[in-house]
Design a protein around this ligand. Sequence first.
Ligand code: ZN
Length: 283
Amino acid sequence: MKKELLDLMNCPKCHAELSESGDSLQCSKCGYNARMVQGIPLFTDVPATIEPWAKVERGPDKGTAWRKSNWKFLNAFISQLPADAKILDVGAGHGDFADIFDGRQYYSLDIVPYAEVDLVADLGAVNPFKDNSFDVVVLMNVLEHVYESRNLLKSISRIVKSGCSVVITVPFLLKVHQAPFDFARYTPYFLEKMAEDAGLQVESLQGYYDTQYLLNESLGNAWQYSINTQPKPQQMVAKTLVFIIQRLVNWFGKVTRKGFIAETQSQINPAPVGYLMVLRKKA
Ligand SMILES: [Zn+2]
């Protein structure tokens, strides 16, 4: 494993040094030992029911409108960082946003042993990093998949340097996904309180607003549970109507404001697809 990464870690039990020995990482003091599989240390057991999700090609112009907004937001934040900033991507999966971190001091982890990650850990339960290790910790669409999300944020707060940032995106109006590992949708008030409890200050809290996207999502739902359940003649009519409505929605999208990121407080009827936030650790 990367030497620079090992330097940022210590024993999650007694905080003594860890060193590579055979196919495990061992504590020099208490005997704690993390198994390594193909060079990746496993600090938490991988849930038996979990399967790695297939890789989906992502990029600045790929995926859903929400994903594109995430890309734009993260890229803008990362590109203004100094070249030597240490970045940790928590819940990185296959590295959906890896291109943004190209050439940087970037490390990634997940609770699923994806080939692309540097380590496997559930940081809310076991955190093998030293205090104040990172300039930025990134949580892209992760909080909703973590049942003990408040513990996770507290644990992350410890390993971020004072004055440094945690970057988060989290969906609000998005269907249940990666089931059964989808536990929550948060309001800004929960997110603010959660940050405060973790010793983090909200530097910015924005939403991604996109009416056309939400209309299309609703149409997708209509197909799933309002149309397929109907008798054949009704289905015929409904499907024709959906076809027409879809065209109308596209037309609507052409003449109305495109999806945009804005401060949550500036919106009169706040119902975004999701939230994008930057938190800063109090000095
Ligand atoms: Zn130890």
